[in-house]
Design a binder for this molecule. Structure first.
Ligand SMILES: Nc1ncnc2c1ncn2[C@@H]1O[C@H](COP(=O)(O)OP(=O)(O)OP(=O)(O)O)[C@@H](O)[C@H]1O
Ligand SMILES: [Mg+2]
Length: 371
């Protein structure tokens, strides 16, 4: 039996577990704590920046893949030299570890993206000029997530604390119509399968809702989103699921915001909506099985993230009102602003499923609002 090791015990690893069971793969999770979301599959708890612990985890594992981007790339090269397949490979993962590396690699590949520059204390004026001046977007190159390393800035003082620490990525502030995500997967042989692009809606820099497929997206932009994903996957030898976050601009262009090389929040809707979920597809790709169909079973799907820790209790009530709603709990220790789960509704009437999903979501979040 193929043994797949996942580094990281978050909800993405958790949701790989049922897919692994169905595929007949053995899944082992290297989790960061005993109480991790993926504790059901955790076979080791430790520090993923510690090489010795990683070497012990790799023992008896055929292929290592990821729930997050925090494993040092040198450690991964070491494990690969010792004989464990690493998918996606460390050279591809480098683009997701550092946003400046990603911007340079996308530029070299001729892919469309916002104007960008690397600012240091000595090159601030040139960098600001290169992105068209202020206001602009400042990003920490490494370690940001859920918008935590992203600021809209109107003066240089608003990111001087980051500049004192090291280089800061500056980007033009894109005047987008909406944000999209293009999910796809690629096998080591090069076999590639895209889904239709989805629309993602963020609140406070965090993904709040996903509409699938992206409503009224022109055929031309669907083809362009899929072509961007194919180019990225093949140029950088990505293996597994690739999520490309995109901006749709007012003048009808697509610009790449950022990349993830693992299942992604924007793809959760596919578990109910697609013939093959992103979790199953990721495992098929990294285990080098033929990819599954990415056809949609339902014409419309909506996913809404749930942040309330009271959601499990309230889910009983929500389920009574809408038996077709699917709720996914991450069983994470509650923390303000932390994703606790998500709900998905699919159907043939986009307005109807959106309205009913919002009603259920409001109920799930209501306890938090009251308390
Ligand atoms: N150049 C830009 N112009 C306009 N808005 C932007 C730009 N870059 C980022 N944003 C906004 O900030 C959000 C978060 O940015 P980004 O995806 O780079 O951060 P992150 O914290 O790494 O994200 P994630 O939540 O996906 O981990 C984007 O979804 C978008 O709404
Ligand atoms: Mg993002």
């Amino acid at each position: 039996m193929t043994v797949v090791g996942v580094i990281g015990g978050g909800q993405l690893a958790r949701m790989m577990i049922p897919a692994a069971i169905n595929l007949g793969l053995e899944l082992r999770v290297f989790a960061e704590s005993e109480g991790s979301s993926a504790k059901l599959g955790a076979s080791q708890v430790g520090d993923c920046t510690n090489l010795e612990e990683l070497v012990a985890f790799a023992e008896g594992v055929d292929v290592i893949t990821f729930d997050h981007e925090h494993v040092p790339l040198d450690h991964l090269r070491h494990l690969r030299e010792a004989g464990t397949a690493i998918f996606p490979p460390p050279e591809a993962l480098a683009l997701t570890h550092d946003k400046t590396v990603m911007r340079q690699a996308l530029a070299d590949a001729g892919l469309p993206q916002p104007r960008w520059a690397i600012a240091t204390e000595g090159t601030l004026d040139d960098a600001l000029a290169a992105v068209g001046g202020l206001p602009c977007i400042a990003k920490l190159p490494v370690g940001g997530y859920d918008g935590k390393g992203v600021r809209i800035v109107e003066t240089p003082e608003e990111f001087s604390d980051w500049l004192a620490l090291g280089p800061v990525l500056l980007e033009e502030r894109v005047d987008f119509v909406r944000e999209l995500a293009q999910l796809s997967a690629r096998r080591p042989s090069g076999e590639f399968a895209p889904w239709l692009p989805v629309e993602t809606r963020q609140q406070g820099g965090v993904c709040a809702q996903v509409l699938s497929p992206a409503p009224d997206l022109s055929e031309k932009l669907v083809a362009e989103a899929q072509s961007i994903a194919t180019t990225i996957a093949s140029t950088f030898d990505v293996v597994g699921v690739l999520a490309v976050e995109l901006f749709e601009t007012r003048d009808g262009r697509l610009l790449v915001n950022e990349l993830a090389m693992r299942p992604h929040n924007s793809g959760h809707v596919l578990t109910e909506q697609s013939v093959t979920s992103q979790f199953e597809q990721h495992l098929r790709a990294v285990a080098d099985y033929p990819l599954g169909s990415t056809a949609l079973r339902n014409p419309h799907g909506v996913m809404i993230n749930v942040f309330s820790d009271a959601s499990m209790e309230l889910f009983r009530e929500a389920a009574e009102q809408a038996p077709d709603i699917k709720f996914h709990s991450y069983q994470k220790a509650p923390r303000t602003g932390r994703k606790a789960g998500h709900l998905v509704l699919t159907g043939s009437d986009a307005d109807d499923i959106f309205a009913r999903a919002m009603t259920a979501w409001e109920l799930l979040e209501s306890r938090k609002a009251d308390s």
